[in-house]
Design a protein around this ligand. Structure first.
Ligand code: ATP
Length: 596
């Protein structure tokens, strides 16, 4: 397949503003992609070379790309710099410089998708000494064989700025249409995706084995399963009621979620957002080899930092010491960890995700040899709200965040990739007067004035609308930022800057600067109110109005561990609003009642 065919569709996708139109263009693209390379077509279209969990990145900064452009086009340094300053988009710079190049390109052989993909693969794999030079050489060689428009997209991909707005979810829609006969087939494709987190692989199975292949899709060791997530409620009674009167309640440990894949002695650890974090935890790898009595396993646990002197659990932040490559061995000694296992998804060839939780937990018990450091999560089966409440306080007292209360019975399967009512969290903050924190995505910013001139005065924050796959604004947040935050925010957000509102953002606000929805921040506010400007929960509570967070502040917590799609959903904001309303109307007559 010629790369120019892809580029032609990219051009059309770039010009669209609507998601439906974008899906239709993707359908065209996938329909004509040969099955052997459809995975590559998919990765390139979302601006990647491998699925994120592989952890191999292109690592080409704009500076490097500019050098490659110079080499490929023969243009001078000044000229390229000037174009970069003017255009601000590395892709456009490449397009312009290559259009001007002197040698004849008429008889040049046309690039295929494989050519481009294999060059990008080589760039990803270039490591060690001299790797920067090697990357520049490979890239300039590729650009030299590219037409100007092709160069534009190659450069955007290598610098991580593809930004067509095509996400995994859009590809799933298109796959269901092309290989499943229509959007109704989407759930089976979604399950395949949830079991592998690899959209390219799902496309390949669909193209080579058809819908039947997707229906019998299997878990693969090494490909992470998308995590099951919890809903939230405010009291033990409400939770028990929601779960039909009985439950399995577990401590909610405040650490880092791990999905552990074991095959013989080989161990891989994936984070909550499915990045391979094995290198951060060599001690955990040893613990798994020693304590997991199964040859093949996929297990979930919470990894918690503990005080080496007392063995007491420490707050989540202490795990930050594990993020620095050179000090790992020191960190292991100074900040040891305990593991608390709470799920078993796959054991020795058997997929357990469709088995009820009681069975999964029994399996866990049978394969984990417990010790002081390696345990099962503390849990009780109960149908008594008072007992549940007591267990909750006990959890808080021992340093946990609260409870994750789980449904039991036949229906209580592991719902990969879903936030649902089978798991409900009860956290301490819900008990206080203040609303719980939310995790929101930065989609825009407003220039600062006075002391804040030169940085941002406020950020426009959005929640994720899962049904529409868009980000809807809920507040403009200007407080809670330290001087250091204010200094580093423009830098952090720079790579996501775009010239107009992103196609997947909905807001009634006109920001000074727009961003691709990427960075997730934890925000807390005083309450949720009805808003004519913000679009989250639009029309759900009241026609023509959305919901907003009043008096929002940044808590200081950057949620780098969350992808934008993991942000608080608009449905959750609506739920929080309704719960808060219940609370307000339950106070003595007249106080704080909100009129709709
Ligand atoms: P939060 O910000 O509240 O941690 P989240 O969005 O990161 O929420 P949720 O699905 O809302 O994730 O809450 C479940 C999280 O709680 C899991 O991701 C896991 O890391 C953690 N956890 C701790 N103990 C347990 C347990 N016993 N069972 C399930 N999850 C647990």
């Amino acid at each position: 397949m010629l790369f120019s065919e892809l580029v032609e569709l990219y051009e059309r996708i770039e010009a669209t503003t609507g998601r439906i139109e974008m899906t239709n263009l993707l359908v065209q693209l996938l329909s004509k992609s040969p099955p052997e390379i459809i995975d590559k077509v998919v990765y390139l279209t979302i601006g990647e070379v491998y699925p994120p969990f592989v952890g191999l990145e292109l690592g080409v900064a704009d500076r490097l790309a500019l050098r490659a452009i110079r080499l490929a086009s023969g243009a001078g340094e000044k000229e390229v710099e000037q174009a970069y300053k003017e255009l601000g988009d590395i892709g456009l710079v490449g397009e312009k410089m290559l259009a001007k190049r002197s040698q004849a390109t008429l008889f040049m052989e046309q690039l295929t998708v494989e050519d481009v993909y294999s060059a990008l693969e080589r760039i990803c794999k270039a490591g060690g000494e001299g790797s920067v030079e090697m990357k520049v050489q490979i890239l300039s060689g590729l650009l030299a064989s590219a037409q100007p428009k092709e160069a534009k997209y190659i450069l955007r991909i290598v610098t991580g700025k593809m930004r067509l707005g095509v996400a995994d979810m859009t590809v799933l829609d298109a796959l269901a249409i092309v290989f499943g006969g229509g959007k109704e087939a989407r759930p089976v494709f979604e399950r395949a995706y949830n079991l592998s987190s690899d959209i390219g692989y799902v496309a390949k199975v669909a193209a080579t084995e058809g819908i039947e292949g997707i229906k019998r899709f299997r878990i693969t060791l090494g490909k992470p399963i998308r995590p099951m997530l919890a809903e939230r409620l405010g009291s033990a009674e409400e939770i028990l009621q929601k779960l039909g009167g009985k439950c399995l309640a577990e401590y909610k440990y405040d650490g880092e979620r791990m999905q552990i894949h074991k095959k013989g002695d080989e161990v891989m650890i994936f984070s909550r957002r499915l990045e391979n974090i094995t290198w951060q935890y060599p001690d955990v790898v040893d613990m798994i080899r020693e304590h997991v009595k199964a040859n093949e396993a996929i297990l979930e646990c919470e990894c918690v930092a503990v005080d080496p002197e007392t063995g007491e659990m420490l707050p989540f932040q202490e795990l930050m010491h594990r993020k620095r490559k050179h000090d790992i061995h020191k960190a292991i000694e100074q900040y040891p960890v305990n593991l608390y296992f709470f799920d078993a998804l796959y054991i020795d060839g058997k997929d357990l995700t469709l088995k009820p939780i009681e069975e999964r937990r029994k399996t866990l018990e049978s394969i984990i040899q417990q010790s002081d450091q390696v345990k099962l999560s503390k849990a009780i089966f109960t149908d008594d709200p008072r007992e549940l409440e007591k267990f909750f306080h006990e959890a808080i007292e021992s340093g946990c965040e609260g409870l994750v209360v789980k449904a039991i019975g036949k229906e209580a399967i592991y719902r990969a990739g879903a936030r649902g009512w089978l798991w409900i969290k009860l956290k301490r903050s819900y008990k206080s007067e203040m609303m719980d924190t939310v995790d929101l995505v930065v989609v825009g910013a407003f220039h600062g004035r006075g002391r804040r001139s030169g940085t941002y005065g406020a950020l426009l924050m959005a929640a994720y609308n899962k049904q529409k796959d868009v980000f809807q604004s809920v507040c403009k947040v200007g407080s809670g930022f330290t001087d250091e935050d204010l200094k580093k925010l423009p830098e952090m957000l720079e790579p996501y800057k775009i010239p107009h509102k992103h196609a997947r953002v909905e807001t009634g606000m006109d920001a000074d600067v727009w961003f691709e929805p990427k960075l997730v921040l934890e925000i807390i506010g005083d309450e949720i109110t009805i808003s004519p400007i913000h679009k989250a929960g639009w029309g759900v509570i009241k026609d023509g109005f959305g919901l907003a967070i009043r008096f929002p502040r940044f808590t200081g917590r950057y949620r780098f561990d969350k992808a934008p799609e993991d942000a608080t959903t608009t449905d959750e904001i609506v739920e929080m609003y309704k719960r808060q309303l219940k609370k307000i109307t339950a106070t003595p007559a007249g106080q704080g009642q909100e009129v709709l």
